[in-house]
Ligand binder design. Structure first.
Ligand SMILES: [Zn+2]
Length: 137
């Protein structure tokens, strides 16, 4: 039996991500989450808000500059990148076909916040894209 995967998000980080999503309206916002992966239990310890370098209401792009900064932060704090966050300003928190393509390149959990439904949902790509629980603490 495999345990249901989950990702925990401290309330203050969840609030920061929601604020980031609202500030970037009408475009998508993005961020990188750092923490630890305990066998599929992903624990968020820190977050890095990134710029959507090609602002769009239906897509996001994290610049190489922001990615390199994120990897440096990981090394300094001895954490790993546990999830990629982005928001859907005008739709539900389900991965788009573009999201699914990029999930193949970045097989970490993906957290999507829907500005319209006010909710976080997370997914991970295994043989197919499966939902994982998001727990805001
Ligand atoms: Zn998306």
């Amino acid at each position: 039996m495999t345990l249901q995967k989950e990702i925990t998000l401290p309330k203050n980080h969840a609030d920061t991500l929601i604020r980031h999503a609202k500030q970037n309206e009408p475009n998508e916002s993005c961020a990188i989450l750092f923490g630890k992966n305990y066998d599929g239990r992903f624990v968020t310890i820190d977050i890095c808000l990134t710029k959507n370098s090609e602002p769009s209401p239906v897509n996001f792009t994290i610049s190489n500059h922001d990615l390199i900064k994120a990897y440096e932060t990981c090394e300094k704090k001895n954490l790993e990148i546990i999830a990629i966050f982005h928001s859907h300003p005008n739709s539900a928190a389900y991965p788009s076909s573009t999201d699914r393509q990029y999930m193949e390149i970045n097989p970490v959990p993906w957290i999507i916040y829907s500005n319209t439904n006010n909710e976080f949902r997370a997914y991970i790509l295994e043989s197919t894209v499966i939902p994982i629980n998001v727990i805001v603490l």
